[in-house]
Each structure stands twice: as structure tokens, then as C-alpha cells.
Design a protein around this ligand. Sequence first.
Ligand SMILES: Cc1ncc(COP(=O)(O)O)c(C=O)c1O
Length: 378
Amino acid sequence: MTDLQRPATRPADPRFSSGPCKKHPGWSLQNFDDASLGRSHRAAIGKSRLKEAIDRTHALLGLPADYRVGIVPASDTGAYEMAMWTMLGARPVTMLAWESFGAGWVTDAVKQLNLDATVMTADYGQLPDLSAVAFDGDVCFTWNGTTSGVRVPDGDWIPADRAGLTLCDATSACFAMDLPWDKLDVTTFSWQKVLGGEGAHGVIILSPRAVERLETYTPAWPLPKIFRLTKGGKLIEGIFSGATINTPSMLCVEDYLKALDWAEATGRDGLISRAEDSARAIWDFCDAKDWIANLAEDPATRSTTSVCLKFTEAGLPDDFAKRVAKRLEGEGVALDIASYRDAPPGLRIWCGSTVDPADVAALMPWIDWAYQTERAAG
Ligand SMILES: Cc1ncc(COP(=O)(O)O)c(C=O)c1O
């Protein structure tokens, strides 16, 4: 077999992981402000850095003034499960899932909280029928399914006058997609995704109706300390102003503040268009080939952050996609792009805002090269 010609251009940065995601351009450990490190997080400096992270998140996301932002333990999982454990059970619940993280929230609701939930699922690549969702009860869903690359197209399916709450896991959407805040009562995300921060802490965003639920409803089950958002029937204000439930990593906070510097300079629209430009480079590439396609079947539901692809040719070996990903990793042009372990075989290329669209574009000829090379290898 003769070696196929390698593309002339390489991505300047091969990091396309879907989490933790690439650090923002210009990131360096040397740039950290260390004044809050090695100090109590309850000291004025620590609290002010945490409050700054909250206030700047609020502003950058363009949240309504009466929405609250809290920093909580255990990354997005902590934030989302805290929401489920504190708010569900007051009304009927609908759980929507179309990939593995949403499926995890279904397990939480049905097997751990023992809720008699209406479960609406769809296979990888598809969405459940959003027009059939009942909003007299609470609705849990993931805005962008990170492991299938399928997102809800917009918030039009959520009525403004709903009686229940919407609980939205937006960890791979926040900052990279336009979110209709008036349709979202609880929204969660982790710093490790679109802004390329660290895991460890989660962010929970509450609408006034979510706060009302917290202050008027006590779940039937016990709540561990790290899930408690109220005391004596009142919201614990500290969580939303920099007094965290337990000790945070101030290093992660400082890292997030640096990410916010970059994100603010890029602007909300800039963050969104960087993701869209990257995703479009992949979509255009797929359109021009007959052997690779987006896992998302409906173009309106294609993710602009976690773009998931499948090889369409019949008869490929089961490990074909893994071999392509490994070959690209070996060449040093793409790290961590094999599909998620529970997802159909394929590639998943992170296009969140910290990734340079030029790097995504430069990766496309390499995918072609790796595909042809693997095919030739038999
Ligand atoms: C949609 C979704 N939900 C939840 C998680 C879990 O996030 P974390 O590991 O930050 O808790 C992820 C991580 O990739 C995710 O993509």
C-alpha cells in the first residue's frame, strides 16, 4: 500500500475534547491572580472573587435581572441533581432523554427518587416528540445532548404560561447557544465546557418561579447538606452571592475568571458564532462526502458544540471509527475525538467557543486522509 499524501496544514491545536474542553486562547498558568489562593474562601478576597464570578456570569449570559446564579459543588452533575432533589415531586414530572446524560437523569428520577415520571426518549440522532410534552408538570431535559450531538432547536415548544418548571441541563450549550431564559426555570452548567474552565463546581441558574418552588415545597426525601438551597423555608442567599456551601477550589475560580476575561472580550455573539463557524466547517465537509454524516438526523437539531459524526458505508469493521480517531491522535492532529463510550461508533468533535474555527477547518482534510488510509488498510 502506498502512503496517502498527508494534508499540508495541521490544526494549530489538536484539542477537540468534549470535556474538559480546550482552554481559551491565551490561557497560561502564569497569568493567574494568586491573591485568593491559600486564603479562606470566607475571607473578603475569596468571597469577592466568587461573587465576581457570579455577577459576570449573570451579565455575560444576559440573564433577566431577577434570575439568580449560584456556585455549587460537583460540577454540572452536582448542580443538576441538586435541582432534581430539591424541586421534583411537587408536580407530575416528564423526563426527556435522547442520549446518555439525559438517560442518567431519567435513572435518577425513576430509580433513585422513585418518581412516577412520564419518560420520553429517542434514539441517538433523534429527539422525542417535543410537541407532545405536557407542561402542567415539571419537565427535565438536556439542551444539547453532548453524546449524540442533538440539541433542541429552540424554546418554542415550551409555553410561556406553563404551570410546571423546566429543569434544563445546558452544560454543553451555555455561552455557545442562544438560550431563551424566560422558558428556563432551572439551568445548570459546568465551567469545564464551553469556556474551557475546570470541573469541580457547577453553576445553577434559578428563575423566580424556581425560587418560589424552593421556598414553598419540601421534598419527601432527605437532602444532604450539599444539596440544600434553603434554610427555614428561605433561599440561602449566600450561595448566590459568593458564600459557597462548602470549600470551593479558588484555583478553579481564578481560572474561570480568566476564562470570563476572554469570553467578555469575545462577546456573547462572538462566542456563539465561533461555535457556529466551527460546526459549519464540519457540516460542509460532510455534505461534500458520501461516507460520513451527522448523527443528528434533522438539520435543525444539529449541535454546534458537540458535533457527532458517523461513517455511513456498510460493512466497515466495528472498530473503524476508533481506528480513525487513534490514527488522528497518533498524527497529533486531533485528541479525544472518538465518540462517547455509550454512543454509536463515530467521531465527536468539540466546537465550543474556545476552539478556533480555523483548527476545525484544518482538521477536515485530515479526517478524509485518516478515513482513506484506514479503508486502504482494510
Ligand atoms: C449534557 C451533560 N450533562 C452532564 C454532564 C456531566 O457534567 P460534569 O462531569 O461536569 O458533572 C455532561 C458532561 O459531559 C454533559 O455533557
